[in-house]
Design a protein around this ligand. Structure first.
Ligand SMILES: [Zn+2]
Ligand SMILES: [Zn+2]
Length: 281
């Protein structure tokens, strides 16, 4: 049996390969299956699945949902989701609208504070890419409202500051339920970004997520140290969770990271796909 990659981003979110390009690339690399897991969107899946079908290559419909969590970030992966599921489609559209409204809202707040910047200026600072708070900071510096990035964030942009607008995120429970409702298998992505200290915190978090319906944990990931991999493996075994793995390839990585192999040392077995399929039934 061959190898797979269960964590890939395309142009539907912040990757550089189109879904079809990704499928052709993975096939040429000799992989047996992939999952496309774009951030909070399923827009690339129809194309990716069609290209897989055309080439006789297995493409698993996936998604990566950002959930509310602190101090770090929590990403929940969903595999084998039904991309036509009405609730999934509605919820994702709603989240997208909220994202589009966030930046103009921050401009409004700044204007009310007497800071005269326009949304167009912020968009221009982004150079045409996704608009984020660093671009707000850039405009604030250019216009002399603050001296540097630190001051821009402290006074206006950081969480809790005067012009901050919260990102709308699903709670972990909502994200897991949404994936399950769309007949997908919910998996906790790269636990090392959760910002938890030691195994105890993660163990108790997983206890909570299990009650919500979590089915797996992403054990193999380029940024996981061998100690972390061992820790997550133990956690998976102890809690009856499926182990998954993927490279999180976007095509923009500075270091040489590639589909299927990560930095050269990843080998994710096809048996994980079978475990996910079994969990789905
Ligand atoms: Zn992620
Ligand atoms: Zn990712």
């Amino acid at each position: 049996m061959g190898y797979i990659d269960l964590h890939l981003h395309t142009t539907a979110s912040d990757g550089v390969k189109t879904p079809s390009e990704m499928v052709r690339y993975a096939k040429a690399k000799g992989l047996q299956a992939i999952s496309i897991t774009d951030h909070d969107t399923i827009e690339g899946l129809e194309e990716g699945l069609a290209e897989g079908e055309r080439l006789g290559f297995e493409v698993i419909p996936g998604i990566e949902i950002s959930a509310e969590h602190s101090p770090g970030s929590m990403h929940l992966l969903g595999y084998f989701i039904d991309i036509h599921h009405p609730t999934l489609n509605e919820k994702l559209k709603y989240l997208q609208r909220a994202r589009e409204e966030r930046n103009p809202k921050m401009v409004e707040k700044l204007n009310r504070l007497g800071v005269k910047i326009t949304y167009e200026e912020v968009v221009k600072a982004s150079g045409g890419g996704q608009v984020g708070r660093p671009h707000f900071a850039q405009v604030l510096i250019e216009k002399g409202y603050v001296r540097n990035f630190q001051e821009a964030f402290d006074r206006y942009l950081k969480k809790g500051a005067s012009a901050y607008v919260d990102k709308l995120r699903l709670t972990p429970a909502e994200a897991i339920h949404l994936i399950s409702e769309a007949r997908g298998v919910p998996v906790l992505g790269h636990p090392n970004t959760l910002g938890l200290n030691g195994a105890k915190g993660l163990e108790s978090l997983i206890g909570d997520l299990l009650k919500d319906g979590l089915k797996g944990i992403e054990v193999y990931y380029p940024e996981h140290s061998s100690t972390e991999v061992a820790q997550y493996k133990t956690l998976a075994e102890r809690n009856g969770l499926i182990m998954t793995g993927g490279t999180d390839y976007h095509g923009i990585e500075k270091e040489s990271l590639d589909v299927g192999v990560g930095r050269g040392d990843m080998k994710i077995p096809y048996s994980m796909v079978e475990a996910l399929k079994a969990a789905r039934n």
